[in-house]
Design a protein around this ligand. Structure first.
Ligand SMILES: Cc1ncc(COP(=O)(O)O)c(C=O)c1O
Length: 297
C-alpha cells in the first residue's frame, strides 16, 4: 500500500494528487537518479550510504541535486514519519530538471524534481522463495559496460534491467543473471549475486555492477562471523558448480537461487549459508546500529 503522503520539492501532498511535469527529464529520458531503502522496526537501514550513492549517481550524470545531503536525509525521515512508516519501502527520486523536450536542452532547465514515495509493505513479498529457492535465467541482455554507462550509477534508466527481467519471466524463471560483455557474471536485474563454495562466500568484483549496499553488508557480516569471502571474476560455471547461490538487495534482502539456466545448484535445495546470513542481516537491519531512527520514541 502506497503511503498517504508523497514528498515533492519540500512539500507533502496526498499520494493521489502527487504530480510532476510531463516535461520532467526523468519522464522524458530517464534522466534522473533514485534509491530504494528499507525501513525496518522504525529505522531506515543504511540511510547515509543510500543518500551518498544518490549524490554520487547525480554527480556522475553531471547534475546537482537542489538540496544538500542533510536536508535529503531529513526529507526521507520526514516522509517516513508523515506516513507512519515503521516497516516498508522508501524511494527518493531526483530528476535533472524540467524544460523543453530535446536531449540537447540541458542548459535552461528548471531545478530537478525531488520526489520521495513511501510504501507500507514490501514491493513484492518474496519470502516464500526462501523455502523453495528461485530459478534464474541467464539473460541474453548483457549488463551495460562501463564504457557505455557505469553500472555504479543508479539512474532512472532501468531498461537494460527490465529487459533482463522480462526475458527471465518469459523463460518461466523468477530472476535473471546478467553477464558482462566478456561473459563474466555481473549481477541480477535488481540485485547482486553471491555463491558459496567450500564455506567461502564469493561474489563478482565491482566495476560492471551496482555497488550494492546489501552486498557490502553481507561481506561485513561474513567478516564478523568468521566466514571467508572472496571477490573474483565468476562465470556461469562458477554458479552452477557452487554449493549455494543467492542474490542480495535492499528490499529483497537475501534470496536463494537453486537453479541457474536449467542446471541445479548444489543439491538443488536451499542451502544453510544463505539462511545463516539472512538471519544475521535481519538482526542487523532491525537493530539501530546501522539505521537512522524515524521516530523519537
Ligand atoms: C541493478 C541492481 N544491482 C544491485 C542492487 C542491490 O543494491 P542494494 O543492495 O544497494 O539495494 C540493486 C538494487 O537496487 C539493483 O537495482
Amino acid at each position: 500500500m502506497i503511503g498517504d503522503w508523497v514528498y515533492i520539492n519540500g512539500e507533502f501532498c496526498p499520494h493521489n494528487e502527487a504530480k510532476v511535469s510531463v516535461f520532467d527529464r526523468s519522464f522524458v529520458y530517464g534522466d534522473g537518479v533514485f534509491e530504494g531503502l528499507q525501513a525496518v522496526n522504525g529505522g531506515v537501514f543504511k540511510l547515509k550510504e543510500h543518500i551518498d550513492r544518490l549524490y554520487r549517481s547525480a554527480h556522475y550524470l553531471g547534475f546537482e541535486i537542489p538540496i544538500g545531503k542533510t536536508a535529503m536525509i531529513d526529507a526521507v525521515l520526514e516522509t517516513a514519519r508523515r506516513n507512519g512508516l515503521r516497516d516498508g519501502y522508501l524511494r527518493p527520486i531526483v530528476s535533472r530538471g524540467v524544460g523543453a523536450i530535446g536531449v540537447r536542452h540541458t542548459e535552461k532547465l528548471g531545478p530537478g524534481n525531488i520526489v520521495i514515495v513511501a510504501q507500507h509493505e514490501k514491493v513484492e513479498d518474496r519470502s516464500h522463495l526462501f523455502a523453495k529457492g528461485e530459478r534464474a535465467h541467464v539473460s541474453s541482455h548483457r549488463r551495460i559496460p562501463p564504457d557505455c554507462l557505469d553500472a555504479r550509477a543508479k539512474t532512472c534508466n532501468y531498461i537494460n534491467n527490465i529487459m533482463a527481467f522480462l526475458e527471465a519471466r518469459h523463460a518461466g524463471c523468477d530472476t535473471a543473471i546478467m553477464l558482462d560483455m566478456q561473459g563474466y557474471v555481473a549481477e541480477g536485474y535488481g540485485s547482486n549475486v553471491f555463491s558459496v563454495r567450500d564455506g567461502t562466500v564469493e561474489t563478482p568484483p565491482t566495476g560492471n555492477i551496482l555497488e550494492g549496499i546489501t552486498r557490502a553488508t553481507v561481506i561485513e557480516l561474513c567478516g564478523e562471523m568468521g566466514i571467508p569471502t572472496r571477490e573474483r571474476p565468476m562465470t556461469v560455471y562458477d554458479l552452477v558448480t557452487a554449493d549455494e547461490v543467492f542474490e542480495s538487495a535492499s528490499m529483497a534482502e537475501l534470496v536463494p537461487i537453486v537453479d541457474v539456466g536449467g542446471r541445479s545448484v548444489g543439491s538443488g535445495e536451499v542451502g544453510p549459508m544463505v539462511g545463516r546470513l539472512h538471519a544475521a542481516l535481519r538482526e542487523r537491519m532491525s537493530s539501530l546500529r546501522d539505521s537512522a531512527p524515524i521516530f523519537n520514541n
